[in-house]
Design a binder for this molecule. Sequence first.
Ligand code: HCA
Ligand code: CU
Length: 383
Amino acid sequence: MELHDRPSWAHLAHFQFVETTLREGEQFATAHFTSEQRLTIARALDEFGVEYLELTSPAASPQSAHDLATIAGMGLRTKILTHIRTHMQDARLAVESGAQGVNMLFATSEQLRRVSHGRTLDEIIEQAQDVVSYLQQHDVEIRFSCEDSFRTPIEDLIRIYTAMDSMGIARVGLADTVGIATPRQITEVVSVVRQAVGCDIEFHGHNDSGCTIANAFCALEAGATHIDVSVLGIGERNGITPLGGFIARLASLDPQLVSRYRLDMLPYLDELISDLVGVPIPFNNYITGTAAFTHKAGLHTKAVLADPTSYEVLDPAMFGKNRTVAIAHRLTGWHAIAERARELGITLSETQARAATARLKALADEQALDVDDIDELLYEYAE
Ligand code: HCA
Ligand code: CU
């Protein structure tokens, strides 16, 4: 590739979303979805077009088991998974629920093995074998994940994943449970696992140290096929890869990578979950934050008015959003002021527009202004 060529990202289009607002998202501090809300969320995400929904284990509570069965029976396009421990008891409940697949996990890092089950790798594989055989008899799609994969020695990961792969499961999962992995580490570990197994690879990453979108992206580049996300990234602690943020990562490289989703539903999805968990959408949120498409400084607004791609890597219209050119402040420029005058049906010469802008800047130094103040001033110039 020549340096000036734009890279092609088409090879990344094969990925599938495992949307886990109804499992990981339920582990968010203020999440407590009613049955009706769970159904609303499932329908909306199905309409958006995610390939999989991951739901809370039927072993969690009677209502969880009931809602899982209801959602699995709704005939949605998306496949319904439930997240279970690698236990026969959970596997039986999963089969009874009618879920099409299970995402099961086992703690494998030394830190977690010590506090959670104390088993050796051989014992983990042996226990998994029984559960896998049982699930295979019932035609359930199986994913096996090593909890805390990135604090598990790579030899241990490979030993477990190759054993699971040879049992014929659909996917292995790598989970950055504690949000510690770096993008380069993800690239390395996923590449090694990609070489070692023939099955699909899922990535699940927490955001404790702010790398979750970069990590999911590196996992995809290194050969992961399934990416776990939740709406707004809600999950345990400060959450996981946000659906909208990952969409932004890909759409900015090539909109074709995500054109199969109903992108115009993203604002609705973010608002829905924000309402249900009682947490506002952050101002700096990808795509749906209040400031995501606001341009302010004169140089920026001039360029954006001439060609939006000058300072925008995402087209707001793709997501049913509008850009905002902020003009009521002292950093404003005369191009933006002239544009506002045109919107009001006022014709200004360049000299008039420059003069109006100079007055406005002086005013803005003294007090906060809003658009009405600008409009008033422009009408004065029109007279
Ligand atoms: C947890 C489990 C998990 C599981 C991820 C997976 C994690 O809540 O601790 O099944 O791949 O982050 O490890 O969410
Ligand atoms: Cu998690």
